[in-house]
Design a protein around this ligand. Structure first.
Ligand code: GLC
Length: 547
């Protein structure tokens, strides 16, 4: 085991409100989640990332907080939350929570006070302008749903800044009081026992916003401060951040003091995500190879978090227009599948036409590439999306537990559910659910369990160094390796449909009784590694040697 637990973690993200409802009110809750911990433990999850748990008017699915020191009463009480931490820990599962401190809800008492008077003690907690800022219509994160970043507030008689929706006023993080409060919030949850935070919108948190300047300076020192604070309060706590920026800007977010990361421990690998989508669409590994090559080297202790799906749209904004169109053509051919002029609001299984071979291939690739894998709830059973729901809600439907009413998610009257369950068609809960797949040894769920367990026996992926094996390959095939203290793993993935034969005999001198530890089927013996068969959409995880 590595000293740093997050290098070997399998992270699973979920929203409490759509996971499991214990009291029949139509909204998932903490006791419901506690009752599913055995399921998560069996799946092999070692870290839960909970989407915002705080009280909220829920205009942005909880990313609009009104009280950072409590849990949404629909989910339960703080007592229930402490119990969740205890029960999860009993099963070897750590819990991290979303920390959404770039902004608050406009209903937060701080903002209500701030707008009420220039003399309010909270006035300077937000970002104001007396005049209409010239860049008022620049920098929107949600084009189509958001029209400006500065909005005039009649009560305040001033303009306030909001990087996201207008009901999410930005906190003024240059104010020392706000900085102190953010640290206090972190301390509070660490004290209760969370293992760290998924930090929302980090590049925006550290902006030194000035009216009229659409490209403000970034204050990275604030991240160093937060890291020091967190690490002192709880030595093994982590910061996993959302920072969807250009590759050359990434190293500053990790920080590098004396060769070690001294800011964020982990960043989501948005760059790899876009390239993976492109590679799958083209059935050509080249974009992934480029991503492996182009992503900056990380300081000691820095780690990527890989993902195929999260709770937001698949963001293709870092691809060229032509590349983006190739992905759209394959995975989001219809206008209503797309969003914000940059992304796709679909689940993974339907994007791949529910082709089991391709789903396995894609997840095998994600989990075997460098970094810590993050899995979104429902993907392990191949859930679909509901495109009749607005925006990103399409992929936020309740977890499908069984063929019972409401997919076993809740006993409420169906009209009372927070969001409808997917009922009809190929992805309806009668066809896609945990209970059915539990009984089937060949189900996608059973595959995920096996794959995750195999990954845990191959810690090189998370802890070690991952590189492309640069030798001639048949079209569509990617070969990569992971080298760590425990040995070497070699991975083959065929993104194309044609059967292939791969020659890796150059690795023969390093091999020590190499074996397949996971593959899409039973392949012949590995022999001298010179004639490795690989079916169309096939994959092989080969243990080359153990140290
Ligand atoms: C992040 C979240 C997204 C949310 C936004 C505003 O991008 O991932 O879901 O809407 O921040 O908080």
């Amino acid at each position: 085991m590595s000293d740093r637990w997050y290098s070997e973690a399998v992270v699973y993200c979920l929203d409490i409100d759509t996971y499991s409802d214990s009291n029949g009110d139509g909204v998932g809750d903490i006791p419901g989640l506690i009752s599913r911990l055995d399921y998560l433990a069996r799946l092999g999850v070692t870290c839960l990332w909970l989407h915002p748990i705080h009280p909220s008017p829920n205009d942005d699915d909880g990313y609009d907080v009104t009280d950072f020191y409590n849990v949404d009463p629909r989910f339960g009480t703080l007592g229930d939350f402490a119990e969740l931490l205890h029960q999860a820990s009993n099963r070897g599962i750590r819990v991290i929570i979303d920390l959404v401190v770039n902004h608050t809800s406009d209903q937060h008492p701080w903002f209500q006070s701030a707008r009420s008077s220039p003399d309010s003690p909270y006035r300077d907690w937000y970002v104001w302008s007396d005049q209409e800022p010239a860049d008022r219509h620049q920098g929107m994160v949600f084009p189509g749903e958001q029209h400006e970043t500065w909005t005039y507030d009649r009560t305040a008689k001033a303009w306030y800044y909001h990087r996201f929706y207008k009901f999410q006023p930005d906190l003024n993080t240059t104010n020392p009081e706000v900085r102190a409060e953010i640290k206090k919030i972190m301390s509070f949850w660490l004290q209760l026992g969370v293992a760290g935070f998924r930090m929302d919108a980090v590049p925006f948190i550290i902006e030194r916003t000035e009216p009229g300047d659409p490209n403000p300076e970034l204050d990275f020192e604030f991240l160093t401060e937060l890291r020091q604070h967190v690490q002192w309060r709880r030595g093994d706590a982590i910061l996993l951040a959302e920072a969807n920026v250009e590759p050359d800007e990434l190293p500053a977010f990790f920080g590098d003091s004396g060769g070690s990361a001294n800011r964020l421990h982990m960043l989501f690998d948005f760059m790899l995500n876009g390239r993976l989508m492109l590679a799958l669409a083209r059935q050509d590994p080249e974009p992934v190879i480029e991503a492996l090559r182009d992503t900056p080297a990380l300081p000691e202790g820095g780690q990527w978090a890989t993902f195929l799906r999260n709770h937001d749209e698949i963001d293709l904004s870092r691809l060229t227009a032509e590349q983006r169109n190739q992905v759209y053509e394959q995975f989001g051919p219809e206008e209503h599948m797309r969003i914000y002029d940059r992304g796709i609001r679909r689940r993974f299984a339907p994007m791949l036409g529910n082709d089991r071979r391709r789903i396995e291939l894609a997840y095998s690739l994600q989990f075997s590439l460098r970094g810590t894998p993050v899995l979104r709830y429902g993907e392990e059973i191949g859930m679909g999306e509901d495109l009749s729901l607005p925006g990103r809600e399409a992929i936020r439907t309740p977890m499908q537990w069984s063929s019972q009413t409401n997919a076993g998610f809740s006993t409420a009257e169906p009209e009372k559910l927070l969001r409808p369950v997917i009922e009809n068609g190929e992805y309806g809960y009668g066809k896609v659910n945990v209970t059915l797949q539990r009984r089937d040894r060949n189900s996608l769920l059973a595959w995920f369990e096996r794959m995750i367990r195999t990954l845990r026996e191959a810690p090189e992926t998370g802890v070690g160094n991952t590189t492309h094996i640069d030798v001639p390959m048949p079209p569509g095939v990617l070969a990569h390796r992971a080298d760590g203290p425990s040995g070497t793993m070699v991975f083959l993935h065929n993104l194309g449909t044609a059967d292939a034969e791969v020659d890796l005999s150059l690795l023969q001198p390093e091999a020590d009784l190499p074996i397949d530890v996971l593959a899409d089927r039973n392949y012949d013996d590995i022999g001298k590694l010179d004639k490795l068969k690989l079916a169309g959409y096939g994959y092989r995880w080969i243990r080359l040697r153990r140290s």
